[in-house]
Write a protein that binds this ligand. Structure first.
Ligand SMILES: O=C(O)CCC(=O)C(=O)O
Length: 274
């Protein structure tokens, strides 16, 4: 039987704006993903740096079309697609907006300023944030020391907060972050490699620079419902239904290497970073 979130997990997500699923990938799956990711020429070729406010660089590679490579097979796996389907509002087909390989290198990996992902996607003119979701897979352990994600529990219920620019990133109005922190809990989401974090587009989150000796890598896949059409987004992927594959595909299928057919985002020619 394929992966299903429990009613209690769905209730927690709706209450908190995020949900951690431990051991979402088993040891063999995460080993395989690590081996591929750490030595992936296409990921390196298409990686770009994003400066935080302090000028520290955080490296990422972003693509739109999930294929038959290891990342695509994971993104299209029943457990990811069913998980997204159970947590997003609405009923139309689950589509893949984009995925990012986040490469926060030891000592140099920059911070992410406080923001809601919908602070970016609002500008793409998606109208229904509840019909979107991000799933982060920890490829390495993520801890306080190497700059794990921090969330403000329940802040997705505030709705969209005003965003301005913060370095090359988009940042939420600090006044609203400060007010949220008066009553809502700040949570450091520490993850083990293979754990998954589901998070709502309106949850306020950030991460600190990685000043440790250990890299922090993760894959973040974003899903959208086919009926939530963006009116200012050049990529077409977010309204194309995902073709799901069984969870076993990542280990058992003969996968291809990711290549340019994934439709990588090139920072120079595209301003919409997320
Ligand atoms: O992984 C991180 O450190 C931050 C990522 C993030 O905030 C995002 O992708 O929206």
């Amino acid at each position: 039987m394929s992966f299903q979130l429990s009613a209690a997990q769905i209730t927690d997500y709706n209450k908190d704006g995020y949900l951690v699923v431990k051991n979402f990938l088993d040891a063999n799956e995460i080993n395989k993903l690590q081996q591929i990711a750490f030595d992936d020429g296409a990921m390196r070729k298409h990686a770009f740096d994003l400066n935080d406010q302090a000028g520290k660089k955080t490296k990422l590679t972003l693509w739109y079309k999930p294929g038959n490579d290891a990342y695509g097979l994971l993104t299209r796996s029943d457990r990811m697609v069913n998980g997204a389907d159970s947590l997003m509002e609405g009923e139309s087909a689950v589509c893949h907006f984009h995925s990012k390989l986040m490469q926060k290198e030891p000592k140099v990996g920059g911070a992410w300023e406080w923001h809601q992902d919908y602070g970016y996607w609002y500008k793409n003119e998606f109208l229904l944030p509840g019909q979107m979701i991000s799933i982060m897979i920890a490829i390495t352990d993520a801890s306080k020391e190497n700059g794990c994600l921090q969330v403000i529990r329940g802040s997705h219920k505030m709705g969209r907060v005003e965003h301005g620019f913060a370095g090359e990133q988009v940042g939420a109005a600090q006044r609203y972050v400060d007010l949220a922190l008066k009553t809502m809990e700040l949570v450091y989401v520490e993850l083990k490699a293979g754990d998954a974090l589901f998070f709502h587009p309106n949850i306020l989150h950030r991460s600190e620079a990685n000043l440790s000796d250990n890299a922090r890598w993760s894959l973040i896949s974003v899903y959208n419902r086919s009926s939530n059409v963006p009116y200012n987004e050049p990529s077409q992927s977010s309204t194309v239904p995902v073709e799901p594959v069984p969870d076993e595909a990542l280990l058992k299928w003969k996968e291809e290497l990711i290549d340019d057919s994934a439709n990588f985002l090139e920072k120079e020619k595209d301003q919409a970073l997320k």
